[in-house]
Design a protein around this ligand. Structure first.
Ligand code: G
Ligand code: G
Ligand code: MN
Ligand code: NA
Length: 254
């Protein structure tokens, strides 16, 4: 089957699944949430990472169905964890540019929260800078409606886009995620941490939470903690993995 045709049947064939990567509180090291990352179990061909099919899905309205599936599945999983008494605070989902541009993200999110009986504060959406600046008025309206629901909003891959900083004060945003390319340079070269320092300072000055992505070493963790980064995510704390691995990690914290 051609990849497009196979992907278009992936939802009905129940071939999509989410993996979960822990997000930890920097100061205590405790897991306080996770990011959901999509995978495609394509027949005999094994797990396909999102980089190999999201761009294809984004070329058609298929991304809208996949995006809605991700939000629904995330809410189903939050509800399951709530029913188990797991103290997971927040689950983040990634949103594709075309999915955001469709203009009904707040409705898709509200429907899923309602369907599964999940309080909005347990859900976070990760958007990128580029999505917001294409149509600032429409974007602001969607963000305000998401904010009114109680959903958290974070800017993913922060610092890698080409947009201006002005929108940080125009849009209701809760957190900035420092791109992993900046984190990787900590300790690498004399001014390697300059961009990390700048983003942390900017975020705190605007009273936003700041999350470092791609934290792989104790050196990076220690540096980020010393700079008062709020949350961290990366292989140092845990790789994206099935739900039961995250459950076990949280349960082991007591
Ligand atoms: O998990 P991995 O490292 O392979 O993710 C690669 C890219 O795919 C990242 O940019 C991530 O944001 C994106 N991605 C992962 N899951 C989703 C999803 O559910 N929806 C969208 N739109 N992008 C996703
Ligand atoms: O674009 P987004 O930030 O959503 O993408 C997250 C991607 O980063 C996922 O593909 C995830 O698997 C990957 N990732 C998460 N932690 C690390 C890490 O510590 N190192 C590297 N190299 N990639 C990571
Ligand atoms: Mn992300
Ligand atoms: Na990112």
């Amino acid at each position: 089957l051609a990849v497009e045709a196979a992907l278009s049947r992936a939802i009905e064939r129940r071939e999509l699944l989410l993996h979960y990567q822990p997000k930890v509180d920097a100061a205590s090291g405790r897991v306080l949430g996770a990011e959901a990352l999509l995978r495609w179990q394509r027949g005999e061909q094994g797990l396909v990472p999102p980089g190999q099919f999201i761009p294809l899905a984004e070329q058609s309205t298929l991304i809208l169905d996949i995006g809605a599936w991700v939000i629904d599945e995330a809410c189903r999983q939050i509800r399951a964890w709530m029913d188990q008494g797991l103290p997971l605070v927040r689950l983040a989902v990634n949103v594709a540019a075309r999915q955001f541009a469709a203009g009904d993200l707040d409705t898709v999110v509200a429907d899923a929260l309602h369907r599964h009986g999940v309080p909005a504060a347990h859900l976070e959406v990760e958007l990128t800078e580029g999505m917001l600046v294409t149509n600032p008025e429409a974007s602001a309206a969607i963000l305000h409606r998401l904010r009114a629901l109680g959903v958290k909003i974070s800017l993913d891959d922060f610092g890698t886009g080409y947009s201006s900083l002005a929108y940080l004060q125009q849009f209701p945003i809760d957190a900035l995620k420092i791109d992993q390319s900046f984190v990787r340079r900590i300790g690498d070269e004399p001014d390697g941490a300059a961009l990390v320092d700048a983003v942390i300072g900017l975020a705190h000055r605007l009273r936003l939470r700041v999350v470092a992505e791609g934290v792989e070493t104790a050196t990076q963790r220690d540096y980020l903690l010393q700079q008062h980064c709020d949350e961290m995510q990366g292989y140092h704390f845990g790789r994206p993995a099935p739900a039961d691995a995250l459950q076990a990690l949280i349960a082991s914290q007591g």
